[in-house]
Design a protein. Structure first.
Length: 259
């Protein structure tokens, strides 16, 4: 499995500078976490693209800065807003095409919002269809305090959407939810197309892979058994490590155990 890292590891450093930092660390694979609309087109977008090209970085996925607002943009009771939100998402799809990215990560709707599962699945299906017109896959991430934290919800979503259902599996989000990551991954291994990697201990739920208690070899075995063909992307909060060198050490650790 090829190992990359997310530009989110350096937040709140500007995205183009985060990409440069990954390139200087020797990464040639990354997830780009877009942090502002101006990064999707124009001068800043071109700087992001040229920086990635300079360091030979290819992108596995794009993480939108509007994840915090998807509950209102795409999954609120006000249906007209969904239409507008869908139009905004086309900016992501277009930027993905220009960067040769195939996956857009979706958080979805917070648990507290009053939308039925059936309507959520219907709108997600429309989002998938719209994205597919651009050659993009919209993938549902498991996220704590969102509907997607629940394996039961995701299982129902899979049953409803069929082949449209694709997942981003995030270890730290599973841990924060209180669900064993290996069990979670086993349930959806055949549907997962993107991995967010981090480690944890009983005291902290997001540290560099290899610094905690998680059994990455076991996760690798689960994913390989499920036929996983994607990459593993190290995604950390900047409070979870002291030096960028730790991200490089995590990559070496994962490669050493043949993750």
């Amino acid at each position: 499995m090829k190992i990359g890292a997310s530009s989110a590891c350096f937040y709140p450093l500007e995205t183009e500078k985060s990409i440069k930092a990954l390139g200087e660390l020797g990464f040639d694979l990354a997830e780009i976490f877009v942090n502002a609309e101006c990064e999707l087109s124009g001068k800043i977008f071109e700087e992001i693209k040229s920086t990635a090209d300079h360091y030979g970085i290819s992108f596995t996925s794009m993480h939108p800065f509007t994840s915090f607002a998807e509950s209102n943009m795409l999954f609120s009771a006000y249906k007209r807003r969904f239409t507008d939100g869908l139009e905004f998402c086309k900016k992501y799809f277009d930027a993905c095409n220009k960067l040769n990215i195939g996956i857009l990560v979706i958080h979805g709707c917070r648990k507290k919002y009053n939308i039925s599962d059936e309507e959520y699945f219907e709108r997600f299906g429309i989002l998938c269809e719209t994205a597919s017109n651009f050659g993009i896959i919209t993938a549902q991430e498991n996220v704590v305090d969102f509907k997607s934290e629940s394996p039961e919800f995701l299982s129902k979503m899979r049953e409803t959407l069929g082949d449209k259902f694709k997942m981003v599996f995030d270890i730290k989000q599973s841990v924060r939810t209180g669900i064993d990551p290996i069990s979670f991954a086993k349930e959806f291994a055949k549907n997962i197309i993107h991995l967010h990697l981090s480690d944890y201990t009983s005291e902290i739920n997001c540290i560099p892979p290899g610094k905690g208690d998680f059994d990455f070899a076991a996760l690798s075995a689960v994913m390989r058994e499920g036929g996983y063909k994607g990459a593993g992307v190290i995604e950390l909060y900047n409070s979870g490590y002291e030096s960028p060198d730790e991200i490089v050490e995590s990559k070496k650790y994962l490669q050493k155990i043949e993750f």
